[in-house]
Design a protein around this ligand. Structure first.
Ligand SMILES: O=C(O)CCC(=O)C(=O)O
Length: 293
């Protein structure tokens, strides 16, 4: 009898549920990573023609035709077959199924680019504040297209924080895309773990896990292709903001006949189906508001 392929060990599955994150090395081979880098460089070239952020590109305010500073490619899985392969057919959905499956649903994809010396930080936040679901089996998988280091802004995660509350991501009435400053003061962020990893590795974080990353102060880029998934029986509580045809697609197993619900709640995000820009934009706007710029 054929045995099913296993991508992660029981120990890794337990570590994900205990810590709220997991790093796995050598998931995508060097040739595919080189191909993904070439595709990504083509998108950066195309972004020269854009003068403002749109449905595909999220541009840093410093972006110019001569020196493109692209922060994010939106919905990469809809925009190139290789990105789509990563999201739907690479070993990644299989790994997700071992963590929260067997039935797995696609949520969204994005590619965050931190360019040399310029790449913007991502402040501490929890993805759950952006897209709450009926239960907590929701996660994001980041595939590193470059070696990630503390200097180029590798991801940092606070272990065990997925077992705590989902904090307010508002200052007053403004959704800032970052954890509320008063709450942050009460949290010991010195316990956060940096995740430096070679290209081709993935890191996976639970959607309640507190995470963020520093700016890129190095001479090397840090490009991170993120795909988010949920258990099929985790039902989104807010409308889709991605507008992607892949949203809600079953990528492993079967659709849920019964939804599953975890107790608890937190403040709803704004109506992102009408107004979502990007986490960078939200965090920048909030910082400008707080410094009176
Ligand atoms: O790009 C990063 O380092 C962080 C990504 C992230 O947390 C996000 O885009 O929600």
């Amino acid at each position: 009898m054929a045995t099913a392929v296993r991508y992660v060990t029981d120990g890794q599955v337990a570590a994900y549920h205990r810590d709220g994150y997991l790093a796995v090395r050598d998931v995508i081979d060097r040739a595919q990573i080189e191909a993904l880098r070439a595709v990504t460089e083509d998108f950066v070239e195309r972004s020269r023609q854009a003068s403002e952020s749109d449905a595909l590109f999220d541009l840093d305010p410093r972006h110019t035709v001569e020196h493109p500073v692209l922060r994010r490619i939106k919905n990469p899985a809809d925009n190139h077959p290789l990105y789509r392969w990563v999201a739907l057919e690479s070993p990644i959905p299989g790994i997700v199924a071992e963590l929260i499956g067997p039935d797995v649903k696609f949520h969204h994809s994005k590619l965050n680019l931190k360019s040399e010396k310029l790449g913007a930080p991502v402040e501490w936040h929890q993805d759950a504040a952006f897209y709450p679901h009926t239960n907590d089996d929701v996660l994001a998988v980041g595939l590193l297209l470059d070696d990630a280091t503390p200097e180029n802004g590798c991801l940092a995660v606070l272990p065990g924080s997925h077992l705590g509350p989902v904090y307010d991501h508002y200052e007053g009435e403004q959704f800032t895309g970052a954890m509320n400053r008063e709450d942050l003061r009460l949290i010991d962020l010195s316990r956060a773990r940096l995740l430096p990893l070679p290209a081709g590795s993935i890191h996976i974080h639970h959607y309640r896990a507190i995470h963020g990353s520093a700016e890129n102060t190095s001479d090397a880029p840090r490009r991170l292709l993120i795909n988010s998934y949920s258990a099929a029986d985790a039902i989104p509580l807010t409308p889709d903001s991605s507008k992607s045809p892949l949203y809600g697609r079953i990528v492993r197993g079967a659709p849920a006949k019964v939804f599953r619900r975890t107790a608890g709640g937190w403040r709803m995000p704004p109506a992102f189906d009408r107004s979502y820009t990007s986490i960078y934009e939200l965090q920048l706007r909030a910082n400008e508001a707080s410094t009176g710029m």
